[in-house]
Design a protein around this ligand. Structure first.
Ligand SMILES: [Zn+2]
Length: 239
């Protein structure tokens, strides 16, 4: 199937990562008329709860709620996301088909090695994707911008995105992962009860919102220094 183009591609290790770290931002971008897509690097077969098939169906449901144009999962083994040339090429192929201007990657340090490895792997794939000599049968394409979703990282964000009007929809997208989040016996000592998920995710969004004087927000880190044209138009009040 021919993939549609998207302005923004969010890449993450696991099928419920994007909903947690930048789902509100994808909803916000869609509301601005900007097209979005999601690439999950793994299919979730190593999860305590649910099968890869369950998670595939849930990912599609969440994608529909988030209004993304395109979502696909690669076949990189869950729990073994490694920065290999082979894996980089798999992502290059997607980048050249989707041709995003902006790529969202997980923050490069984190508890789960799949997340930090995805950041490095994704970054290197974005670089390789721009090289004409790497022939994947598709035209080279290098994204203009990479930003890192830093919700779970203990770092000061470079900026936050106001997701206030989209917080309920984001929650619905996350709860589409019934095999992971609905109350059940399997892994009940390991997983947060459903009622608590709402409180936790809303509190985190509230925390990031407060940093910029809005209600709910999602945080991002960019490696580049920002560029300002007009000092009088800078957002976020100082005091
Ligand atoms: Zn994850």
């Amino acid at each position: 199937m021919e993939s549609p183009l998207a302005d923004i591609l969010a890449i993450a290790a696991h099928r419920d990562d994007v909903q947690q770290t930048c789902g509100g931002t994808l909803l916000k971008m869609r509301s601005l008329g900007i097209s979005t897509a999601i690439l999950d690097l793994t299919r979730g077969e190593a999860g305590t709860r649910g099968s890869a098939e369950d998670r595939g169906a849930e990912a599609a449901k969440a994608a529909a709620i988030l209004g993304v144009q395109w979502r696909e999962a690669l076949d990189i083994p869950d729990g073994r996301v490694e920065n290999t040339y082979e894996n980089r090429l798999k992502i290059v192929d997607v980048l050249r088909r989707v041709r995003p201007r902006v790529v969202i990657l997980p923050y490069w340090a984190g508890r789960h090695p799949d997340h930090s490895n995805s950041a490095t792997l994704g970054y290197e794939a974005c670089f390789l994707s721009g090289l004409a000599k790497i022939d994947t049968g598709t035209q080279p394409h290098r994204p203009f911008k990479i930003v890192y979703a830093s919700l779970y990282a203990d770092v000061r964000p470079s900026f936050v995105v106001d997701i206030t009007p989209h917080i309920e929809e984001r929650h619905r997208a996350l709860m589409a992962y019934e095999s992971q989040y609905a109350n059940q016996g399997t892994g009940s000592g390991l997983f947060v009860p459903e009622e608590e998920i709402r409180e936790r995710t809303f509190s985190v969004a509230r925390h990031y919102g407060l940093l910029a004087g809005v209600r709910y927000a999602e945080p991002f880190v960019q490696k580049e220094t920002g560029l300002v044209e007009d000092l009088t138009m800078l957002p976020v009040q100082s005091m």
